[in-house]
Design a protein around this ligand. Structure first.
Ligand code: BGC
Length: 934
C-alpha cells in the first residue's frame, strides 16, 4: 500500500514561495524596494487588515484556519511599522466594518477607505522613511468588473489616499491586492516610487508579498496580461457584457497579439513584463543545425522540432530569477498573423550574483503554425505554415524580445489536416491585418467564414447487448479479468441513464460539503462495484461547504505570473495529497479561460490572455496532482469569457480564434498535461450550448486530441439539441450524444430523468451512446483512488506539522436526515457549552423557503442571553436570541430560503446555559424540479 505525506510546513512554504514569485513589480524608482531591515514604514489602506485571499464565488469558497494578511506579515517582518497610523486604522475600522454585501455575487468590489488628515500623514512622514499604500479589489463568479470607480478605476477615497500620501512621503510603495489588473493611470498622477501587484495570494498571500517587499524573496513575477493605458484600448471591451450575443470581433488579436501588432503606443506595461532587484544578461540563439534538412522546401512535420538555447547570468549584486520568453513572428501570408506569439518560456532557479544558467528547449513546428478556417491558403481547415520568413525572438517580455534567428519556407505546408468545427453560424466581422506601404500593420474588419452545413458523424461504436448480472465488478476490469464491454453489458438501460448524472451539491454519498458525487450513486451501480467519485471546487483550494478547513491557494493569475512550472507542480502535488486525504478524485480547476477582457469577474481564477502560458501552467498543476494519484477538471470548455448572462449568451467566434486562442490552452493541457477531466460551460459557442456540442466534446476533444477522460457539465447547465433549439436543464440526450458524459448536478439521479427515456424509446438515443459515456466514467473511476477506497486498497495519508486548529480532514461520519413535510429532529443531549457546534446533514424534497424553529429551555433568569446561530452550508441562516426561561420550553422561529437539496446545518452556541430540545424544519413554499424553479 502506498503512502503519501502531507507536510503542512512544506505546503505553506510552497504556497508562500508561489505568492512571492507571482508578485509583479512594475515601478521601482531609486530601488525603493526591497525595503531595508528595520526600515520605518507607515501603512495606509484598510486592505492591510482585510486582505483578499481570493475573488468571490465558487473559486474562492475555501474555509481556512488562518489567513496571513499584510498586517500579520508586516508585523512579523524585519520592518518597523508605525503604530500611530496602524492604531488610527484599527479604531476607524471598529465603526466601519467590512461590507460583505448580501452574499454570493453581492460583495462590493471594494471597501470604503478611511479619510486621511494632513496631520496624520505628515506626522507619519516625519517619523517614517517609507509609506506603503494598499489598494484592494474583488470580483468573481456572477459578478464581472466594470469600467467604474471602485472596480476598474480607483474610488475617490483611494485617489485621495494616494494623493495625500504621495504628497507627504518621498518613498511610496503601492501594493495592489487585486484579482485582476486595474486602471493604472494613478502612476502618472501620483508618481509612486514603487508599484507591486500582489494579486490574491491565498492564506499565505500576505507573507509571500511581504517576502518580496523586504527582499527575502527577489521580485521575479512577470505579467500574464498586457496593461494598456485605457480600458477601451482592449479591442474586446466594446463587445463585453453583452446580453444575448457576444461577437468576438477582435478574433485572434487578444491581449498582446493586438497591441504588439497594431497599437504598441497603447501599452503601459507589456505582457511578460516585470522588474527584478538585480540585472541579468540574457543570451539566446536559434540552433540552426536543429532545423530539419528539407525545411525550406516544406519537408517538415508537426512533430519536428527546432531548438533554442539560452544563457542567463545574474550581473547584479543580489540573487534573482529571470524568465526568458521566446516568441515567433510569422509571415503575414494570406491569413495575417499577430506580430508576436509566445512559443516557449523558461524561468531560472535562484541565481546568485555572477551565477548563470543555460538550457536548450525544443519547440515543435505545430506551435509555429496557424489555422486556416477559410481555405485562403489553399488548405482549408488545416494548421499551416505559410511560406515566408519565420523569425524567432527572445527577451524578457514581449516588447523587448529581439531576433535570435530565422528560417524561410519557399512554399506553404499543411501540417495537420482537420475539418470544419465550431465555426460561426451567423455573420461575424473580424479583425485582420492589412499591410501599409511603409510596412506597418493596421486592423481592418472582414467577414469570417460561416458554418458550411457540416454535420458530425455519429462515430459511436456498437456496444455489447445487455446481459444482466454476470457477477463482474469494476475491479475485475482493472485486474484484467473481464473487458470493460462485458462489464458494462451487465448494466440495464436504466442503470446507464442513472450513471450519466451526478448528485450535489453536498451529496451525502461523498465527502461532506463538496460539489458533486458521480459514478456509483444507486444501489444497482454500487452493486457492480462502481465507486462514488467526488469532485469539488476549485482553482484556489478545496471547497467544503460544511466548514471543513482546507488550504487556500493563490489565484490563477498570480500562479501564471510566477512563470514557474515546477513550483506550480510541487504546490499542486500538495493539493493532490490534500484531496486524497479528503477522498476527492478531481478538483474543479484549474480554470483556464482566456483573459479576453480585463473586466471578466473570474479572471482571478484564470491564468492569462495567452493560451500557451495558460496551457503550460495548467499542465504543471495537473502533473502535480497526478503525482498524488488525483487530477483536476480543466474548465470552462470553452469561451466562458464573461459572467454577465453566462447561461444564455451566445459567443460568436471564428473557428480560427476558437482553435488558436480559446481552445489552445485546453489542447495543451490535454496533450501535454494528460488532463482526464473537463468541465463544459454554461453558455453557447456559435449557437450550440457547449454541454450538448458534439463537435467540441467528441470531434475535437476526443477525435483530434485523443482525450480519454470524462467531460462534465457546469452545475445545472443548459443544453440544446441544435442551433435555435431552446436550451433547458433536462435535455440530457443531447448531452450524451455529444459525449459530455456527466450532467452536474441533480438532487437524485433516479428522480431527474429529463428526456432520456423518451429519447431511448424514440431511437434518437441508443444504448451504445449511454454505454460510451458510462465507459468514460468507469474508466476514470477505475484509475482513481475511489476504487482503491472501495476495495480497501487506498494509500495511507500521513498529515504532519498541521497547525492545531487546521482541521484538514473531513468528518466523513456526518448523519443525514430526510426532511419530508414538517420534520422535527431531537437535539437532546448534544453539547451546547459556549463555543460548541453541532452539525448534521439534511436532504430536503426541493428548493424553497423553510421555517426553522428551535425549541430549548434554560434555568437562567429572563435577562440572560444565549444566542444560537444556525448556519446552512456555512452561510448564516439566522441567530436565535434565547433568553433565560426559568426552566420553561421556548420555541423561536425564523424563515429563509434554502438552496438545493442536500445541506449541512450547523448550530453554534454563542453562550452556555441553554438546553436544546429539538429543531423543526417546516417547508413554506417548495418546488421540486429545476423547471419549476425557472
Ligand atoms: C461554476 C463552476 C463550479 C461549479 C461548482 C459553477 O457555478 O461555474 O466553475 O465548479 O459551480 O461549484
Amino acid at each position: 500500500m502506498s503512502k503519501f505525506t502531507l507536510d503542512w510546513k512544506q505546503y505553506a512554504a510552497l504556497a508562500r514561495q508561489a505568492a512571492a514569485e507571482g508578485c509583479v513589480l512594475l515601478e521601482n524608482k531609486n530601488n525603493t524596494l526591497p525595503l531595508a531591515d528595520g526600515e520605518t514604514c507607515a501603512v495606509f489602506g484598510r486592505t492591510q487588515f482585510e486582505y483578499y485571499k481570493s475573488g468571490t464565488g465558487s473559486g474562492g469558497l475555501v474555509n481556512t484556519s488562518y489567513v496571513h494578511d499584510l498586517d500579520y506579515a508586516l508585523t512579523e517582518s524585519s520592518l518597523t511599522i508605525d503604530v500611530e497610523v496602524k492604531t488610527a486604522y484599527k479604531n476607524w475600522l471598529k465603526d466601519h466594518p467590512f461590507d460583505l454585501g448580501n452574499g454570493w455575487a453581492q460583495e462590493p468590489w471594494c471597501q470604503v477607505e478611511m479619510p486621511l488628515s494632513d496631520e496624520l500623514v505628515s506626522g507619519a512622514a516625519s517619523r517614517c522613511q517609507t509609506a506603503l499604500i494598499v489598494i484592494g479589489r474583488t470580483a468573481g463568479e456572477d459578478r464581472d468588473n466594470a469600467a467604474e470607480k471602485g472596480s476598474w478605476y480607483l474610488t475617490d477615497g483611494e485617489e485621495a489616499m494616494l494623493e495625500i500620501v504621495c504628497r507627504h512621503f518621498s518613498r511610496t510603495v503601492v501594493i495592489l491586492n487585486v484579482g485582476n489588473i486595474i486602471d493604472m493611470s494613478f502612476v502618472d498622477r501620483y508618481e509612486p516610487s514603487s508599484v507591486l501587484y500582489i494579486w490574491q495570494g491565498g492564506m499565505e498571500g500576505g507573507s509571500g508579498a511581504v517576502d518580496v517587499i523586504t527582499g527575502k524573496v527577489p521580485a521575479s513575477g512577470r505579467l500574464s496580461d498586457t496593461i494598456a493605458y485605457h480600458i477601451d484600448d482592449y479591442p474586446s471591451t466594446r463587445n463585453f457584457g453583452c446580453e444575448d450575443t457576444i461577437r468576438y470581433e477582435e478574433d485572434i488579436y487578444v491581449g498582446y497579439r493586438y497591441f504588439e501588432t497594431f497599437a504598441k503606443e497603447k501599452v503601459r506595461y507589456p505582457f511578460g513584463y516585470g522588474l527584478s532587484y538585480t540585472t541579468f544578461d540574457v543570451q539566446a540563439a536559434l540552433d540552426m543545425c536543429s532545423l530539419p534538412a528539407g525545411l525550406a522546401k516544406g519537408e517538415v512535420s508537426k512533430t519536428d522540432t527546432l531548438h533554442v538555447t539560452y544563457d542567463i547570468t545574474n550581473t547584479g549584486d543580489v540573487a534573482g530569477k529571470e524568465t526568458v520568453q521566446f516568441y515567433v513572428q510569422k509571415p503575414q501570408g494570406f491569413l495575417g498573423k499577430p506580430s508576436r506569439e509566445l512559443i516557449r518560456f523558461a524561468k531560472t532557479e535562484l541565481l546568485e550574483p555572477g551565477e548563470g544558467e543555460s538550457g536548450i528547449l525544443a519547440i515543435d513546428f505545430y506551435s509555429l503554425s496557424s489555422y486556416d478556417d477559410s481555405g485562403i491558403t489553399g488548405h482549408a481547415f488545416c494548421y499551416v505554415l505559410e511560406e515566408g520568413t519565420y523569425t524567432i525572438l527572445a527577451g524578457t517580455n514581449v516588447r523587448n524580445a529581439t531576433e535570435i534567428g530565422s528560417f524561410a519556407l519557399t512554399e506553404t505546408v499543411a501540417l495537420e489536416e482537420l475539418s470544419q468545427q465550431l465555426a460561426p453560424r451567423r455573420h461575424l466581422e473580424r479583425m485582420t491585418p492589412k499591410t501599409n506601404e511603409d510596412g506597418t500593420l493596421v486592423p481592418i474588419i472582414q467577414a469570417a467564414p460561416v458554418y458550411l452545413q457540416h454535420y458530425s458523424e455519429d462515430t459511436c461504436p456498437q456496444c455489447a447487448d445487455y446481459t444482466g448480472d454476470k457477477g463482474y465488478k469494476l475491479d475485475d476490469v482493472k485486474r484484467g479479468i473481464v473487458s470493460m464491454d462485458e462489464f458494462l453489458a451487465q448494466l440495464s438501460d436504466l442503470d446507464l441513464c442513472h450513471i450519466v448524472k451526478g448528485e450535489g451539491m453536498s451529496s451525502p454519498k461523498v465527502t461532506p460539503g463538496t460539489a458533486a458525487a458521480f459514478g456509483g450513486l444507486t444501489p444497482n451501480l454500487t452493486y457492480f462495484g462502481i465507486p462514488a467519485g467526488c469532485c469539488t471546487d476549485g482553482p484556489s483550494g478545496l471547497r467544503m461547504d460544511c466548514g471543513t478547513n482546507a488550504f487556500s491557494l493563490p489565484g490563477g493569475t498570480l500562479l501564471a505570473c510566477t512563470f514557474n512550472t515546477s513550483l506550480n507542480a510541487d504546490l499542486f502535488e500538495m493539493e493532490g495529497i490534500e484531496m486524497r486525504n479528503n477522498h476527492i478524485e478531481s478538483l474543479l480547476g484549474p480554470g483556464m479561460n482566456i483573459h479576453r477582457c480585463p473586466l471578466n469577474g473570474r479572471n482571478f481564477e484564470y491564468f492569462s490572455e495567452d493560451p500557451l502560458l495558460s496551457g503550460v501552467i495548467a499542465s504543471a498543476q495537473l502533473e502535480g496532482m497526478g503525482r498524488a494519484g488525483v487530477t483536476g477538471t480543466i474548465k470552462h470548455f470553452c469561451g466562458n469569457n464573461q459572467e454577465y448572462h453566462r447561461r444564455f449568451v451566445d459567443s460568436v467566434i471564428s473557428e480560427r480564434a476558437v482553435r488558436e486562442i480559446y481552445l489552445k490552452g485546453f489542447e495543451i493541457a490535454v496533450k501535454s498535461g494528460y488532463a482526464s477531466s473537463i468541465m463544459t460551460t454554461y453558455g453557447s459557442v456559435n449557437g450550440l450550448w457547449t454541454a450538448g456540442n458534439h463537435q467540441l466534446n467528441t470531434d475535437i476533444l476526443r477525435g483530434e486530441w485523443g482525450f480519454e477522460g470524462i467531460v462534465m457539465t457546469d452545475w445545472w447547465a443548459e443544453i440544446n439539441n441544435a442551433p435555435k433549439d431552446k436550451p433547458s436543464r433536462e435535455k440530457f440526450a443531447a448531452m450524451v450524444l455529444a459525449q459530455n458524459d456527466l450532467y452536474m448536478v441533480t438532487s437524485d439521479t433516479t428522480q431527474v430523468m429529463g428526456d432520456l427515456e423518451a429519447a431511448l424509446a424514440s431511437g434518437r438515443l441508443e444504448r451504445r451512446h449511454l454505454t460510451r459515456c458510462a465507459e468514460n466514467i468507469c474508466r476514470f473511476l477505475m484509475n482513481s483512488p475511489a476504487l482503491l477506497r472501495l476495495t480497501g486498497k487506498e494509500a495511507e495519508i500521513e498529515l504532519v506539522n498541521v497547525p492545531e486548529n487546521a482541521q484538514l480532514t473531513s468528518d466523513f461520519d456526518i448523519v443525514y436526515h430526510d426532511i419530508k413535510g414538517v420534520t422535527t429532529l431531537p437535539l437532546n443531549g448534544i453539547s451546547s457549552e459556549k463555543g460548541d457546534s453541532h452539525m448534521f446533514g439534511i436532504t430536503t424534497e426541493g428548493f424553497g423557503t423553510f421555517r426553522i424553529s428551535i425549541t430549548a429551555s434554560s434555568e437562567s433568569t429572563p435577562l440572560a442571553q444565549m444566542p444560537v446561530s444556525v448556519f446552512v452550508d456555512n452561510q448564516l441562516f439566522g441567530t436565535y436570541s434565547f433568553n433565560g426561561s426559568e426552566g420553561k420550553e421556548v420555541t423561536l422561529s425564523r424563515e429563509g430560503g434554502v438552496f438545493g437539496f442536500h445541506h449541512y446545518v450547523r448550530l453554534y452556541f454563542g453562550q452556555g446555559g441553554l438546553t436544546p430540545i429539538s429543531i423543526t424544519f417546516e417547508p413554506i413554499d417548495i418546488v421540486t424540479s429545476f423547471s419549476d424553479k425557472d
